[in-house]
Unconditional design. Structure first.
Length: 796
């Protein structure tokens, strides 16, 4: 009588699925060619990398940010977001930027000492004029409001004048040797700052690196007043009446200078200097920028960055606001690159009415409300926090149902609670016009993050607009200890995302092998999350295969041998919270699959998909394949890669030792005792799935006398017999060889649905097959056998 082995069954199955003959490929006539396609950048998202410069138009209320790579980003009201780049052979940082107020133009200076004039009246900004300095490096620029003359300070101490309309250098030059005193013999250094007198545009204030301050008369072409500061100058700012100005210095001091000759400043203060025991002021960090603004109420705002004590542990990233005798220190999260005071009145000769401070940080943009007590920040409408948690994966969906984006937006608006501590006033940067781009289809971008969160973005409007945020961390308990796996530091990191837009089911795979299933609902619910623990284990098909020197897979005894040594570094510690949980509107968790490999090793999910039409979810790992019935929430198939490939698997999926020393107890054991020991370890209530080549159901190959003449009983007996013969190989597996412990009735029905098979089930009482529940489904010469117990009553 013909005997079946499990290895022979799989070999036969491989032969049935292999193509019998190689068909000759037909040449396809392509109608589309490469020149029919072009790559176009639709938009950029996120905060500019390494910002270096800053500019604001107080009339059009537009904000420009330049970065280290030569990019310019112009921001206005929510939705107004333009990007442009300085073209060149190499990337040059944008050192300075300044708007032509209310003219739709922008002046920038790059690191290659080139001045550019941008036209921002169109949707995509472009450069219309450029002027390169060949022999001098540009250190500062100044463009007075309403003026057509741009003042350019250089490293050599000279000031050049550029006409904006022609964008050419004029013949007017302020040479450093004419600006300094006659008795001075040393070079004053580079030009640090330029600023014109608010009441007299013919008076230009110049600050040199050495601390020399010069008030230059443009008409008379001579220096009117000179001052010498004790420390190097960092910035300048005029009072709107033009009677005095202030300067900030490298020692953390602010000096006030009247517009009349005198050797010392009118006042000098170190706002953050502490007096030590000796009565001397402690050293402070430089004040990089100072600004002076006035309001109609008579209050004067002195705003500056830096100047904090140099001692360790002191705050460094701060903006200080001084109003009268009140000093407010606003600590920032990141390093301060620059700041601009936003005023209602653009004219410097009148009270400016400051209402906000725009602070450019290294990784963020912050706006401070000056009209609200306590100076709170404005809540930013720009979704610049893409990397609030690092992005670990991303997926793009197009041609989505028309109601999907509104559905995400509605639940996102209801679930997002209003943040406290922010200003109640509207975002002050409101320039530009924006209308959603007309698109015939919806586009959605989903980003997975390191903290286990997912963000849904609408990308069909020309910019990324946040729709909805899902947090998967709420489903799991906080780990008490982490393993030494690859992603143990970030166990909740999202690695794979799959969304079925028709059924609104979402599958998410994490770093620790967790696979989560979500269903979109518009109403809140309270339910418990079902958890399936699915181990992926395997056995060797040949007894000699596992003991050969070339063996890449461990046998059942080898797995047990290495289990104790590897358990401390491979154990999966992720646990799902038990009990009913409140689930807000949106994607609500339904199922969590915790998949482990040999020795409860953490697995990496490598592929993920869902088919809502058949109610199936499948995912692949480095150890095998898992198929889940998402309707009944049971595991249909859990098969390891060695079971799929056999000895032809090109990968080694478990660690092996080059030298395996068997103990005396192992050497003395006989094969029969091994089989008996393994048989005792087998669980009889496990689910075993076999893909069998089609055989004649009218003939029973079983050695026992459980066969019956009836057709229905014959099918059951045949299946049981085939299962009985397969136990010779199956007996070498360990107790964990079962894929799951669900009941056979529900699993069998789901398996039959998977292959669309015709189903025949047998009752153990009628067929005489004791303890065996089987179901046979045939389609295209394939029979699926689902066995709840591995032996019938008599064969056992």
């Amino acid at each position: 009588m013909k005997k079946f082995t499990f290895k022979g069954v799989l070999d036969g199955f491989r032969q049935t699925v292999q193509p019998q003959a190689i068909r000759q490929e037909q040449e396809i006539q392509e109608q589309l060619k490469a020149d029919h396609f072009t790559l176009k950048k639709t938009f950029r998202h996120g905060f500019p990398f390494s910002p270096t410069s800053f500019a604001f138009d107080p009339v059009q209320k537009l904000l420009a940010i330049g970065d280290k790579s030569g990019y310019i980003r112009i921001l206005g009201r929510p939705g107004v977001d333009a990007h442009a780049k300085h073209e060149g052979e190499s990337e040059c940082a944008v050192l300075f930027a300044q708007f032509l107020v209310n003219e739709g133009a922008l002046v920038t200076v790059t690191a290659d000492d080139t001045i550019h004039l941008w036209n921002i009246r169109q949707k995509t900004p472009r450069i219309v004029q450029s002027l390169k300095f060949q022999r001098e490096r540009v250190t500062c620029i100044h463009l007075p409001v309403g003026s057509k003359w741009l003042y350019v300070g250089t490293e050599k101490g000279n000031i050049h004048v550029v006409h904006i309309d022609t964008f050419a250098l004029s013949g007017y030059i302020i040479n450093w040797n004419k600006a300094i005193e006659v008795v001075r013999t040393s070079h004053p250094g580079a030009v640090i700052a330029l600023c014109d007198n608010p009441l007299d545009a013919n008076k230009l204030l110049i600050a040199f690196e050495c601390g020399l301050l010069v008030l230059w008369d443009l008409k008379a072409k001579c220096a009117e007043i000179r001052w010498q500061a004790a420390e190097a100058v960092k910035s300048l700012a005029w009072h709107y009446e033009g009677k005095y100005f202030v300067s900030s210095h490298t020692d953390g001091s602010i000096c006030s200078w009247p517009t009349k000759p005198q050797p010392k400043p009118q006042s000098q203060v170190c706002p953050h200097a502490k007096i030590n025991k000796d009565g001397n002021a402690e050293k402070c960090k430089p004040i990089y920028k100072v600004d002076l603004k006035s309001s109609t109420t008579g209050e004067t705002f002195t705003i500056f960055s830096g100047g904090m004590p140099s001692e360790k542990g002191s705050k460094s990233n701060c903006i200080t606001v001084m109003v009268g005798k009140t000093t407010t220190v606003l600590e920032m999260e990141h390093a301060v690159c620059d700041f601009i005071t936003l005023c209602e009145n653009p004219w410097p000769c009148e009270t400016q009415e400051p209402y906000a401070i725009a602070v450019l940080l290294q990784y963020d943009l912050v706006l401070i409300d000056l009209l609200t007590p306590g100076f709170p920040c404005f809540e930013s409408p720009y979704p610049m926090d893409l990397h609030e948690s690092p992005v670990t994966c991303c997926t793009y969906l197009t041609d989505c149902p028309s109601d999907l984006v509104p559905a995400f937006y509605s639940v996102g608006r209801t679930t997002t609670s209003k943040k406290t501590g922010f200003s109640e006033r509207e975002w002050p940067i409101s320039g530009g016009e924006w209308s959603p781009a007309s698109c015939s289809y919806s586009e959605i971008v989903i980003t997975g993050h390191q903290d286990g969160s997912l963000k849904f973005w609408d990308s069909g409007a020309g910019t990324l607009q946040i729709l909805y945020k899902l947090k998967t961390a709420k489903m799991f308990e906080k780990p008490r200890h982490v393993s030494h796996a690859t992603d143990s530091d970030n166990p909740l990191a999202v690695h794979l995302i799959f969304l079925c837009s028709e059924s609104r089911r979402l599958c998410v795979a994490g770093a620790m092998g967790q696979v989560m299933l979500f269903k979109f609902r518009k109403v809140e619910s309270t339910s418990e999350v079902l958890v399936l623990e699915i181990p992926i284990l395997y056995e060797n098909f040949d007894d000699n295969y596992g003991t050969s020197p070339e063996c890449d897979f461990l046998t059942g005894h080898q797995v047990q041998k290495t289990e104790s040594s590897d358990s401390d570094k491979t154990e999966c510690t992720l646990k799902v919270r038990f009990g009913a949980q409140r689930k807000p509107p949106g994607f609500q968790s339904q199922l969590v699959c915790l998949t482990t490999g040999p020795n409860r090793r953490t697995v990496q999910v490598t592929s993920l998909c869902i088919n809502s039409s058949y109610g199936l979810m499948a995912y692949g790992t480095e150890y095998g394949l898992v198929i889940i019935d998402i309707i009944q929430k049971i595991c249909l198939l859990s098969v390891a890669c060695p079971d799929l490939y056999g000895a032809h698997d090109p990968y080694s999926r478990t660690p092996k030792s080059p030298k395996r020393i068997e103990s005396k107890e192992e050497q003395s054991r006989s094969p029969s005792s091994d089989q008996a020991t393994d048989a005792e370890e087998l669980q009889y209530n496990c689910l075993y799935v076999i893909v069998w080549k089609f055989f004649d159901q009218r003939q029973c190959d079983c050695d026992c006398d459980n066969s019956s003449a009836a057709a229905a009983t014959a099918a059951s007996a045949t299946t049981a017999a085939a299962t009985t013969t397969a136990t010779a190989t199956a007996a070498t597996t360990t107790a964990a060889a079962a894929a799951t412990t669900t009941t056979a009735a529900a699993s069998a029905a789901a398996a039959a649905e998977l292959w669309r098979c015709s189903v025949r089930s047998s009752d153990s009482s009628s067929s005489g097959v004791g303890g065996v529940d089987v179901i046979v489904g045939s389609s295209s010469g394939v029979v699926v056998v689902v066995v709840r117990r591995l032996w019938c009553g008599r064969c056992r």
